[in-house]
Write a protein that binds this ligand. Structure first.
Ligand SMILES: [Zn+2]
Length: 375
């Protein structure tokens, strides 16, 4: 018996593509995605219209010949002028990204005083640009597990001052953030990553340190993960997919002072399909990935479809293939001896593990769907 699952080609509303050689390698995994909101915390950062045009051209070159549309962003810093926002919008940027200072990769120029960016937020409200927040308090005295919750006060104030601003709280990790976004008016939404649907803090530091599961905001408690899962599968249009796939060189992850970021884009869609299917909510996946994020921005649905064709024999073939396939992608080569850090290995490992066994469906039963693009 065979089954076909088909969905509209998805969007990824939070993606790190990096630059240069890493951009070229990461772009080769974008094929299932029609569009992605590309994060601006490159080195150097994307701060104005000129940067947006240059970076967009580089992405299009790297993703050629796939039909992929990068949705561009600029980073909003305390010195961003309203004129810079309007020019960036003119150059094709659809969103501004706000980082808390020093809290994640390349955020040394991030925001400490949120009122200092009000002129930029006002300009974004005026021209219909989305404001995306890495929602953690920039106060280094706030305990790391409390930073997202402490940011919610800032979020509420911004939502109150700018009722016409389209606000996205990125990569939510706590039940409190889910509750807050649910209760705030319709202009406030949130993205959910694939790794936060799977991980808790146990998977990062509960046993031996697992640097490839370390990201910001760090995965939290099982009850927080349960709230994220419920929100992702709820059919509430305030919650949509943003992978926050964030590659780093392997030596920058596996070292004494490792970088934050989980590189998921090669397996993100496959994992989502398997995940929603396990919970009997596959009929909600297309909204989560392909429409809830696009509609409020006035973006039309992506063209093209993704298809998974499953037969009983292909299922068992995939399961058998895991140990030699995705189970051991120790790293992705960048050439010249450089490699991107291995991904998500425990998710894909056959045999299970202690933290995973707490899931309703043990991770060991998850497969990697082969998703084909239907042009
Ligand atoms: Zn990110």
């Amino acid at each position: 018996m065979s089954e076909i699952f088909e969905m509209r080609r998805p969007d990824d509303f939070h993606l790190h593509l990096r630059e240069a050689r890493m951009l070229n390698v990461v772009s080769s995994y974008l094929r299932p995605f029609g569009r992605a909101l590309v994060m601006p915390n490159t080195n150097p950062p994307i701060l104005d219209a000129g940067n947006v045009r240059r970076y967009r051209n580089n992405i299009l070159k790297a993703s050629h010949p796939y039909s992929f549309e990068p949705l561009m962003t600029i980073q909003i810093v305390e010195g961003t002028r309203p004129g810079t926002v309007f020019e960036a919008k003119e150059a094709g940027a659809v969103a501004g990204k706000v980082y808390p200072r020093g809290m994640t990769t390349n955020s040394e120029n991030g925001v400490l005083n949120y009122r200092a960016i009000y002129p930029a937020l006002e300009a974004m409200q005026k021209c219909g640009m989305r404001a995306c927040f890495h929602g953690e308090s920039p106060d280094p005295d706030v305990f790391c597990l409390d930073r997202e919750t402490r940011f919610l006060k800032i979020l509420k104030e911004i939502a109150h001052v700018f009722p016409g601003l389209k606000i996205v709280l990125e990569h939510v990790t706590t039940a409190k953030a889910v509750e807050c976004v649910t209760e705030l008016p319709g202009n406030v939404a949130a993205t959910i990553t694939v790794h936060h649907l799977f991980l808790t803090l146990d998977d990062v530091v509960g046993g031996k340190l697992h640097p490839h599961h370390f990201c910001k905001p760090v995965a939290k408690r099982p009850e927080d993960r349960a709230a994220l899962r419920e929100a992702a599968m709820s059919g509430n249009p305030k919650f949509f997919f943003g992978s926050d796939s964030a590659p780093h060189l392997r030596q920058d992850k596996e070292c004494a002072s490792g970088c934050a970021g989980v590189f998921t884009v090669p397996v993100a869609l496959s994992l989502l399909v398997e995940f929603f299917e396990r919970y009997g909510t596959l009929n909600r996946l297309e909204d989560f990935c392909s429409s809830f994020g696009a509609e409020p921005s006035g973006l039309s649905a992506t063209s093209g479809w993704c298809r998974r064709h499953t037969t009983a024999s292909s299922r068992s073939a995939r399961a058998r293939k895991l140990p030699g396939g995705w189970n051991n992608p120790r790293a992705f080569s960048l050439g010249a001896g450089h490699k991107i850090g291995a991904i998500f290995l425990r998710f894909l490992r056959l045999g299970g593990s202690r933290p995973c066994s707490r899931l309703r469906y043990p991770i060991k039963t998850f497969e990697i769907s082969k998703i084909d693009l239907v042009e």
